[in-house]
Design a protein. Sequence first.
Length: 251
Amino acid sequence: MGQLNLFTYLPSSSPAHGLDVRCKLCCLSLMSIATFRGGPVPLALITAMVAGLLITAAVRPLTLVGELKLFFLLVTMVFVSRSVTTGGEPVITLFGISATHRGIVEGALLSWKFILVMLMGIVFAKTTKPSHVKGAVQWFLRPIPLVPENRVAVMISLFLRFMPLILKQASEVSQAQQARCFHLEKNPVKRLVRLTVPLLKKTFESADRMALAMEARSYSEKRTDPAFIRSGREPLCLALCLLVLGLSFMV
């Protein structure tokens, strides 16, 4: 499973695949709020739920860790930064920099929350077709006046389709630079610029080709969207998410 497949829809018969996309969007919103609001007990419950969804969605743990190594590096930096900048009783001191007990606990909780939000996004992306997301966004925005729901839905759908492509292109650029020994460059600014510029160029070129292809096929915002299909488990899922949300505010 490559980087392209980690954030793309994968057909399956898992429970998450069968849910109405509108229910999945509501559950994702509720669980995200519960994640950032909750403490260790709600986070442990959410972790168990997300782990079960990842298993049923056929996401391999080793592949997940390998593809998200840069994200985990960012989370580690957040943890270290929170550990050494939060006041309290020092626990570890290295080179004159002290990590406090309060900072370690807060950093661990914050990192845990970031990881959970990322994993929930992966579960949603792997179990939901972009065309269904487009229909759900239109459904939610239709009652709001002065909001072009069709245009907004198309933009979100295209973003979901382009995100895995951008990640693949970033991997290709990085591999090409490593083949030219650019990884030996010590200046982090040069490394970032050399990665960002060709990546942006490739992204804009892909967007131009996509726009030309859509114009050539007379693409219109007003299209017949797929019908919403309910599995019958939507009320139970919403009730469970509301329960977790309530628990995150009480505990």
